[in-house]
Design a protein around this ligand. Structure first.
Ligand code: 4AD
Ligand code: MG
Length: 476
């Protein structure tokens, strides 16, 4: 039986077996306490043994990190905190953990240290809580879309197109890098490759997602995406998971409403289903906050912050309006933004965070960005200068969602792809959807790890994915 089930429903007096990893052992003259965790829940179960029940040799092997099975009777706990504990009848040891070598001792370890032992960190309270919340959010995402008539579309990982047109791709090739076949002009001849052309790992499933929406009306993708951008920040990974709904007949306003409803639903789902893990992470954060300067401390606790997002309407404004707010801010006037503000700039994280954390103090949906800073597939506004783009900005995170209404006119899309240097032959299939039964459609992408960061309150994206891939780190 898993510890979660035992704590919730097992009857006092019943005989049970618990299998898990030892967190702590305390040997007293008249009694031995062993705390066991199996990852099913944040709580440990305490096993209580009278001396003599566990023989001396076995007792020595039971150390922090070892894996054991305990059989005994479930009794009411005499101590506070837990309803029940196990009165031990027998113990067997699956695997020992040499105390001189096992790196996770029962004390607080820094997140930096734990990143170096990504193979063991899921055994800590913090990481097991994050991984359970991550799972629950993934489940809530599928549930939301399924309940709302969306179909899960599996888009390819290996692709010939660069959906975002930003050139940040990992190449996929079977050619010998030391001796590749060459064309007459000295460039690599990808025609001799396995795929017969240049291919890369996908940066986004959107373009294929659009093909799905133009047949099934409402689809979503949920898969790994890859960006070879050399950004060593707390919000970027080289491999991250993205969820991308795409809906036929949706205009930008419908897309915004979907983004708001969807994010509120999954956050609410986590609040309702991960209460113990969230309470644990909230306490952890409170400790962390104490070491910060008073003016840097968060005004709200983690759970209050999540409830605030769920209960309040997101602010909606255009990029142009946002620029006006930034231009009239004290921070701009005092020259305190690192990147100067003017219409046309790609908003930097400092600008986004100013808007969300200082000005509005709420999630913000920014729309109608200048076309030159956005991808080629976004629908041009009537002014010819801006596109029907939307970014959703969250407190503490910045951009969590990027999306848009898509260009549905064949001529305009062809022109835009030419303008940005995308060759027609690489996206002929995408262009064709605008020739055969084109329709208005919209969608967005939400970075799964950024969502998990927001819900768990973690400050570094490397701590919300089991095995982070960042520049120069992909050990496991
Ligand atoms: O804004 P992005 O680049 O948009 C797209 O890829 C569109 N094709 C989405 C769509 O319309 N279907 O990325 C979408 C989101 C960002 O808002 C961010 O949350 C996340 O993906 N993201 C990253 N997360 C972690 N590490 C990175 N390097 C990320 N790059 C983007
Ligand atoms: Mg973006």
């Amino acid at each position: 039986m898993q510890i979660k089930q035992i704590l919730a429903e097992a009857a006092v007096g019943s005989e049970i077996t618990v299998k898990g990893w030892v967190r702590t052992k305390r040997v007293q003259p008249n009694v031995i306490f062993i705390n066991i965790n199996d990852g099913s829940v944040i709580h440990n179960i305490q096993a209580v043994a009278e001396p003599g029940i566990i023989n001396e040799d076995t007792l020595k092997l039971i150390t922090t990190g070892s894996c054991i099975a305990v059989t005994g009777t479930l009794i009411e706990s005499k101590g506070s905190g837990q309803r029940v504990e196990i009165e031990v009848k027998s113990v067997s040891v699956y695997g020992t953990a040499d105390p001189d070598k096992y790196p996770l001792q029962p004390k607080k370890h820094s997140l930096e240290f734990l990143r170096e032992i990504a193979h063991l960190r899921p055994r800590t309270n913090t990481f097991s809580a994050i991984l359970r919340i991550r799972h629950t959010l993934a489940y809530a995402i599928h549930k939301y879309f399924n309940d709302n008539g969306f179909f899960y579309l599996h888009t390819p990982i290996i692709t010939g197109s660069d959906a975002e047109g930003a050139g940040e791709m990992f190449r996929v090739s079977t050619l010998d890098p030391k001796n590749p076949p060459l064309n007459e002009d000295g460039t690599i001849n990808y025609k001799e490759d396995f795929f017969g052309k240049e291919t890369n790992l996908t940066v986004s499933g959107q373009l294929e997602g659009e093909l799905g929406a133009m047949a099934l009306s409402k689809i979503y993708t949920f898969g790994p995406t890859f960006r070879a951008e050399n950004s060593n920040t707390a919000r970027h990974l080289a491999e991250f998971w993205m969820i991308e709904p795409e809906v036929a007949f949706y205009e930008l306003e419908d897309n915004m409403a979907l983004a708001e409803d969807f994010t509120k639903y999954v956050i609410r789902y986590a609040l309702e289903n991960c209460a113990d893990d969230l309470a644990f992470l909230e306490n952890r954060l409170k400790d962390e906050e104490k070491s910060k300067k008073a003016d840097e401390r968060s005004e709200l606790d983690l759970i209050q912050k999540l409830k605030f997002v769920v209960d309040n309407e997101y602010v909606k404004l255009t990029y142009t309006e946002a620029i006006q707010i930034l231009l009239s801010s004290k921070r701009h006037k005092e020259g305190k933004f690192q990147y100067p503000v003017e219409w046309g700039i790609d908003l930097q994280s400092e600008h986004e965070r100013y808007l969300v954390e200082k000005h509005f103090k709420k999630p913000v949906i920014l729309t109608n960005y200048p076309k030159d800073i956005k991808a080629f597939y976004m629908k041009l506004d009537d002014d010819g200068k801006t596109v029907r783009a939307m970014d959703v900005l969250f407190p503490g995170i910045g951009e969590i969602i990027g999306g848009s209404q898509r260009e549905d006119s064949y001529e305009k899309l062809l022109q835009r792809s030419k303008d940005v240097g995308i060759h027609e032959e690489t996206i002929w299939w995408y262009l064709e959807t605008r020739q055969f039964g084109s329709a208005p459609h919209s969608g967005f992408g939400i970075g799964f790890e950024r969502l998990v960061m927001f819900v768990t309150g973690m400050g570094n994206i490397r701590d919300v994915i089991p095995f982070p891939r960042t520049p120069k780190s992909a050990e496991f």
